[in-house]
Ligand binder design. Structure first.
Ligand code: FDA
Length: 451
């Protein structure tokens, strides 16, 4: 059996970046991917839409200006981006179900707006105090990690609609969990990972640009460069290791290497059996990680009809089933596409409905923003990653209350010859493709430095 320098398990952006950087440095690398495709949580499908093909981003799609690791690799791979459509007013549906247009600030009562400004300031300060690579080092980390975001918001402010809007940004829209289920430290990490809370809540910043041909072009281009150093359909079930190296098992094959990179989400590490077992702390830490849950819905219409009404397609409603929606029309497409998100407890609820009932409820919610026309798409695509064993949810994993301070350090710690990484353990770019690029690069640099 050939002994490779490094075996990378998982051909998402983290694994492919690590593998490509190692290959560029002359290492003998082999990438094993369980699926019959590369990209993991990035998947761009061309689907039939009323007789004509159209590209749909089933997974991640947006790039923001702070994501310099992703922007650099896009440049290196010769990939180009285009801006999201943003001409016109946005929409907000309030607690009473009333729809309002707005240009800059949310159309809220003055006191509610002032409360949001104050909470934003506090969260910006907290994010600024935090090192996203080591949030557990914050001087007040333990208290912040045992307080839920919801409880913290209610301590700071008694304006319910202000709290609900801030909770929406960090809960349903980002960690895709209810705000009572994760800590304010976890929320501050999410904000710090994007540079600030203000960045995170600015749709024009965080959902700035898209990649021509789709964001899966990144893993596809990296896979192309790796060539026959990548093998698909290789689900790794077992890793036998010593300090000197490892033998990696799939159903039919065995591969040997001096080092192994397990580039899969922390929750998916559990599918692999290790001999000897990983230290107990590693198992326990990952048992306290869980995926958030969001259903991404895309609806295509004969035209982007909202634009004729002077709307940019952006819509928010903390009390709506679809809590946020955007114009998602790809570059060069004359038909219009809306993308909306159904998150955490709402995703649980509609997940129990039949496909037809779920579609009707979701289109009703889009109609609350855009009017009756939204009920009649010519194509309708739902992506729900909870049903995929090799992922298990979306967008990423995070800790329950208290987990970040108790086990945060463990997730990146190597064991013998095995390194662990994915966007879920990133500091900057946490839960984003940018974080996957950073973690993959950092692992490669570490392996090369160790010799
Ligand atoms: P990822 O999960 O992608 O890759 C892990 C790979 O390991 C997979 O290919 C898997 O099949 C493989 N694997 C697992 N177990 C294995 C085993 N035992 N053996 C072999 N292979 C194994 N981000 C962003 O920046 N902008 C955005 O707009 C969005 N939006 C978004 C929407 C949706 C619906 C999702 C699901 C996600 C996003 N994201 C996003 C998040 C982004 O997609 C995500 O952070 C990265 O793609 C994660 O890349 P990784 O390589 O870390 O993990």
């Amino acid at each position: 059996m050939t002994t490779h320098d490094v075996i990378v398990i998982g051909a998402g952006v983290t694994g492919l970046t690590a593998a490509w950087r190692l290959a560029q440095a002359g290492q003998d690398v082999l990438v094993l991917e369980a699926r019959e495709r590369v990209g993991g949580r990035l998947r761009t499908d061309v689907l039939d839409a009323a007789g004509a093909p159209a590209p749909f981003e089933i997974g991640g799609q947006w790039v923001s200006p702070d994501q310099d690791a992703l922007i650099a690799i896009l440049g290196e791979l010769g990939l180009t981006t285009y801006p999201r459509y943003r001409d016109g007013d946005s929409l907000y549906v309030d607690r009473a179900g009333v729809r309002r247009r707005f240009a800059d600030d949310l159309p809220l009562a003055e006191a509610t707006q002032a409360a949001i400004t104050e909470l934003t300031k506090k969260l910006d300060e907290l994010a600024h105090e935090l090192d996203p690579a080591a949030p557990w080092d914050h001087p007040d980390a333990e208290r912040l990690d045992r307080t839920s975001l919801r409880a913290w918001l209610e301590e700071q402010c008694d304006d319910a609609e202000a709290c609900d809007n801030i909770a929406l940004y960090l809960g349903p829209a980002m960690l895709t969990k209810p705000a009572h289920s994760f800590s304010v430290l976890q929320a501050a990490l999410m904000a710090a990972s994007a540079g600030s809370f203000s960045n995170l809540v600015d749709a024009d910043f965080i959902l700035d640009r898209r990649v021509e041909g789709g964001l899966q072009s990144v893993p596809l281009a990296l896979a192309d460069r790796l060539g026959d150093r990548l093998r698909l359909g290789q689900d790794v079930t077992r890793v036998d290791w010593t300090d000197g190296g490892a033998v990696v098992h799939t159903a039919d094959e065995q591969y040997a290497a001096r080092r192994v990179v397990l580039a899969v989400p922390p929750t998916v590490v559990r599918r692999v059996r290790f001999t000897p077992e990983l230290p107990a702390e590693h198992r326990i830490a990952r048992e306290h990680q869980s995926f958030g849950l969001v259903i991404k819905v895309q609806a295509m219409y004969p035209t982007p009809f909202w634009r004729e009404d002077g709307l940019d397609g952006t819509a928010f409603g903390p009390y709506q089933l679809v809590h946020e929606a955007y114009d998602n029309t790809p570059a060069g497409e004359s038909r219009g596409v809306l993308v909306g998100f159904v998150s955490d407890v709402n995703a649980d609820r509609v997940g129990r409905l039949s496909d037809a009932e779920r579609r009707e409820r979701i289109l009703d919610s889009l109609a609350a923003y855009y009017g009756d026309q939204a009920r009649h798409p010519i194509a309708y695509v739902e992506s729900d990653w909870q049903h995929q064993e090799l992922t298990g949810g979306a967008y990423g994993t995070s800790f329950d209350l208290g987990g970040l301070t108790r086990w945060g350090r463990v997730l990146r710690a190597p064991v013998g010859p095995i390194e662990f990484g994915s966007s879920d353990v990133a500091g900057l770019g946490f839960q984003h493709v940018d974080g996957a690029v950073r973690v993959g690069s950092e692992i490669a640099v570490g392996i090369l430095a160790a010799g």
